[in-house]
Write a protein that binds this ligand. Structure first.
Ligand code: DC
Length: 234
């Protein structure tokens, strides 16, 4: 019998490992993985390069006018075992993770037109099911009918430490307090913005991974997947 393919929505706070879980779930199930945050980051990078964000001030008119010139695509990099984000054909995977982009992405993601365009592209990716998408509004706005919704969280200190380690490993000079402030600021902005704020969908399952390993959170999620799809009734 062919296995039922579903949509898996993973939302939650920033830097709590949503993409790590989403990627490993997609790999385990043979699903497609889409990182919706990377899309907002790519728009932010585009605007920064154009000089449309200066000292945290966004030129919204320019950004909205330039939206139709932004094409975001993903390619699975088998060797690296990760998705690579392309902005108008250029590999920007590394650049969109830098602190300058992280510091400017929240205001960009509050713009209604930007969200409208991203959600349109995200829904198009989900038409065939068999997809794992992570973000902030996947279970509430993008795919309200997703068969499995997971809301991830962890303490701000643990999340900041993880992001700090990640950046240090890449050789980026960073300050822990600055990262922690960025994590807390983004939580506040993501949760209080007017359009599509980060909130727990009524039918989401909460996963606090503060003290879980990657393997433990994957096993927990696969168990929930099997419950939802009835694959454990053998
Ligand atoms: O998951 P991330 O940290 O890469 O996301 C980057 C930013 O994009 C984050 O500050 C919130 C925003 N975002 C959003 O508003 N909606 C999404 N579906 C995904 C991310």
């Amino acid at each position: 019998m062919t296995q039922k393919r579903i949509v898996i929505a993973i939302d939650g706070h920033s830097s709590c490992g949503k993409s790590t879980l989403a990627k490993s779930l997609a790999r385990a199930l043979g699903y497609i993985y889409i990182d919706s945050g990377a899309m907002y980051r790519a728009v932010t990078l585009y605007a920064l390069r154009k000089g449309w964000i200066v000292n945290g001030q966004t030129n919204n008119k320019k950004i909205l006018g330039g939206l139709s010139d932004i094409r975001i695509t993903f390619q699975w990099d088998e060797a690296a075992g990760k998705n690579t984000t392309f902005l108008n054909g250029e590999n920007v995977e590394e650049e969109i993770r830098k602190l300058e982009v992280s510091q400017n992405v929240s205001p960009i993601s509050t713009l209604a037109e930007v969200r409208h365009e991203m959600v349109k592209q995200q829904r198009a990716n989900g038409l065939k099911k068999g997809i794992v998408m992570d973000g902030r509004d996947i279970g509430t706005v993008v795919f309200p009918d997703a068969e499995l919704k997971i809301f991830m969280t962890a303490t701000p200190e643990i999340r900041a430490q993880r992001r700090y380690n990640e950046l240090i490993e890449k050789g980026t000079e960073v300050n822990f307090q600055e990262i922690l402030r960025n994590v807390e600021d983004r939580d506040a902005m993501d949760s209080t913005r007017e359009i599509s704020p980060l909130k727990i969908a009524d039918d989401a399952l909460i996963l606090d991974n503060s003290h879980l390993t990657r393997e433990e959170q994957l096993l927990w999620s696969l168990d929930r997947f099997n419950e939802r799809t009835g694959n454990n009734e053998s």
